[in-house]
Design a protein around this ligand. Structure first.
Ligand SMILES: [Ca+2]
Ligand SMILES: [Ca+2]
Length: 383
């Protein structure tokens, strides 16, 4: 992508040019006609310095302002919006803090914008309004993902689900409306009880939605969120050993650990997480997957869930971190083509299948060959 910022003349890089420009400007002025006395020369020198300083400030502010403008309109790094709900009970409060800490630690390993709502001490806070304003201010377009992680309790009245906040609660209707203008890829991880209606309401193309429950009626405190937060940076959750934990992998591991929690405790499981990333509004449970592939799908015509979630992770591998957002989008497109084609294996003659698969994989290899000599776009900070 063309770096527009680099096209702006920077006076700091052309020190010999700046005094000449100032001199020419002053030479044609009234001051230029009154050369002679030492005092006037000193005054002229002082004025030149002031003009020079003004130009430096002007260019500096313009340069900085233009950079900020670009950053806010075309995000080149993901945004993580961590929405922490009202705990209601001290034990739950500790759990929510623990989950929030894990997400923040994961975010500290990457170049991202992080916003945490619901953890400050203000007693008069309206977190719903803060969320609305935060989403309104977020750029709606761009290659960088927008993550929304809901950590807290949820409720369901038989018609609509809500996420409990300090002050007014967040409804599925509100959140759906606020996310509607976005064309960026969106990942919503709703770890609250009764969260399934959020999945069906927010489902859309180019979105991954995870809910901790399979219906609004699963209203008990959900453990899934803690296991998910623990999985996002855990090497154990990297099921395909590609050096990163995808949303799908974290979902599968967290679902497995949630089931184990209830089984080991001899308790009836009161939560069953779902994932949706094909935009059909229907979630897929973890036990419909074999490895990283869903072997069942809710509708015949729909593609299976999990293909998009397989491509998104919080902390990318070193190879992934070295790509620009545009390169990452190109890579995701090639990978998606391969993943979708693999779903056609049973309907494709064997020779045709492997011939086409070879072509796609060669295309994939050429992509990595083309970017292998380029320097890292977003070097991961030391941790
Ligand atoms: Ca992985
Ligand atoms: Ca689905």
């Amino acid at each position: 992508m063309t770096n527009l910022k680099s096209q702006i003349p920077n006076p700091k890089k052309i020190p010999n040019l700046k005094p000449q420009i100032i001199f020419n400007a002053v030479e044609t002025s009234e001051l230029g006609r009154s050369l002679g006395s030492q005092k006037k020369r000193q005054r002229r020198a002082a004025l030149q310095n002031l003009v020079g300083l003004g130009i430096w400030i002007l260019f500096g502010i313009w340069d900085l302002g233009f950079g900020i403008c670009l950053a806010s309109s075309i995000p080149n790094r993901p945004t993580f919006l961590l929405l922490v709900g009202a705990p209601g009970d001290l034990e739950f409060g500790y759990n929510f803090v623990h989950q929030t800490d894990l997400w923040q630690k994961a975010c500290s390993q990457i170049d991202c914008r992080k916003v945490v709502i619901g953890v400050d001490d203000s007693a008069s806070t309206n977190d719903l309004e803060i969320l609305r304003r935060t989403l309104a201010d977020e750029p709606k377009e761009g290659p960088a993902d927008l993550w929304l992680v809901l950590i807290g309790h949820g409720t369901f009245d038989g018609k609509e689900a809500r996420f409990n906040l300090r002050g007014p609660d967040l409804s599925t209707v509100d959140l759906s409306a606020w996310l509607k203008p976005f064309r960026r890829r969106i990942v919503v991880i709703d770890t609250s009880s009764s969260s399934a209606p959020f999945l069906s309401k927010l489902s859309a193309t180019n979105r991954v939605i995870v809910s901790a429950t399979r219906s609004g009626n699963e209203q008990n405190f959900a453990r899934f969120g803690q296991y998910f937060a623990e999985a996002i940076t855990s090497p154990d959750a990297d099921l395909d050993k590609d050096g990163q934990v995808s949303v799908l992998e974290a979902f599968l591991i967290a679902s497995r650990r949630t089931a184990e929690f209830y089984k080991l405790g001899g308790r009836l499981a009161t939560e069953h997480a779902l994932i949706d990333d094909n935009g059909d509004g229907l979630g897929t449970p973890a036990d419909w997957f074999r490895g990283l592939r869903a072997v069942k799908k809710p509708q015949e015509k729909a593609s299976v869930d999990g293909l998009l979630a397989q491509q998104i992770c919080v902390v990318p591998s070193l190879a992934g971190a070295a790509l620009t957002p545009e390169q990452r989008a190109r890579r995701d497109s090639i990978e998606r083509e391969i993943l979708l084609f693999r779903e056609k294996k049973s309907q494709t003659p064997e020779n045709d299948y492997y011939r086409e698969l070879e072509r796609l994989l060669l295309n994939y290899a050429r992509f990595y060959q083309s970017v292998s000599n380029q320097p890292p776009a977003n070097p991961r900070p030391n941790t």
